[in-house]
Ligand binder design. Sequence first.
Ligand code: 5AD
Ligand code: SF4
Length: 443
Amino acid sequence: MARRYYIHTFGCQMNESDSQRMGEALKRSGWDATAAAESADLIVINTCAIREKAEDKLFSALGRYRLLKAQRGTRIGVAGCVAQQEKDALLKRAPFVDFVLGPDHLDKVSQLVEQGGVETDFIDSHQYLFPQADAETSRGRATAFVTATKGCDNVCSFCVVPYTRGREVSRPYAEIVREVAGLVAVGVREVTLIGQNVNSYSGGCTFADLIRRTASVPGLLRIRFTTSHPMDLSPELVRCFFSEPKLMPHFHLPVQHGADTVLERMRRKYTIAEYERRIAELPGKIALTSDIICGFPGETEAEHEQNLEFLRRTPYDNLFSFIYSPRPHTGAILKMAEWGEVPREIALCRLEEVQALQMARTLQRHRARVGSEVEVLVEDRGFGRSRENWTVHFQGDASVGDLIRVRVESASLVALRGLQAGVVAKAPPAEAPPRRRLAVVSA
Ligand code: 5AD
Ligand code: SF4
């Protein structure tokens, strides 16, 4: 029987996609996936380092998996951003870990399982090759992530990503379009182009051009992308929202803070006036979402008020807000003594104020849809997403990949609920899987 692997993924879409690539590499080496860590011969934890809390999750997971190792000899690997950040120090802290694998080396996972060790050197940007997704992994799904860039060349002073993911590299557009076509052939109808700073894409064409080339894949219905930096929002990309029908009216454009003085300390390279000028160009019906950090070093009461004031006048559809978490190597941690740490209780109060403000608004926006119809791409039985990326639960018999209309009957903070009211497009039959070659055993 084939040996079995289990991958535990923390963090962002990039990590989800990386876990899929690692799974594919393991399959090519004869491993099978299992849905239960208890029955695995190998557990890989794909980690996130964006905030300290995310990092803590690694160590509590390791505590659990260590027992499995003691009981059944399970091999344990740590991949992702904490692996990249800690390198061999991780083996000192958790000596029962068999291998440590940085995000540039996903294809080496099978090799490292056998030989153990640490593989965390960054690959030179000019030599980096993006792993190609195996479309079969996405068979039976309506949506898929497609990597467009990796790494980040910005130096936002709170962010550890440039240190864990390295320099920004763009994937050649032909590779991306080929991957999208392969995904559509197995039934995928929506792709999200992903990258830490995806709108600074430069893989042989502009990002807007990449969207248009992706849109030209027949059978693809929807395109999204994430995450973007406001400084890389080009007029051409803005025009795409007006002219490209497959590009969904949802834009995640993190502002991080509403006060210029904080933005400067964060090294975000724009002012609030510039940000507002840019978003004013976007189509009115777009669902704009953002990230906010509360309690950034030196944040005064007046700056927090400016943040709230900005949020009150900016009609965000949704907001992801966080308490600042000091990260190793970053600009802000080095300046902490000079700028001053915001006490945790104060940061928490400010976060609650930001969240209360947004929650009321999100709820109001969701409720305004009650009685109307939304177009939903079905991702699972009774579940899908609207064009604006709202979660929709519905009653009806639509299958995965169908594009339907749902009449909204009720709304909560996190989702709309309703009844299937019609079908816009049935999912076409997916191409048959390639036939497995039978192994020839010679006597
Ligand atoms: N502390 C808190 N939030 C952070 N983010 C990134 N780094 C930190 C940090 N050190 C948030 C930013 C980013 C989102 C993915 O996570 O808002 O946009
Ligand atoms: Fe981090 Fe800034 Fe790069 Fe986003 S743009 S990944 S916040 S450094």
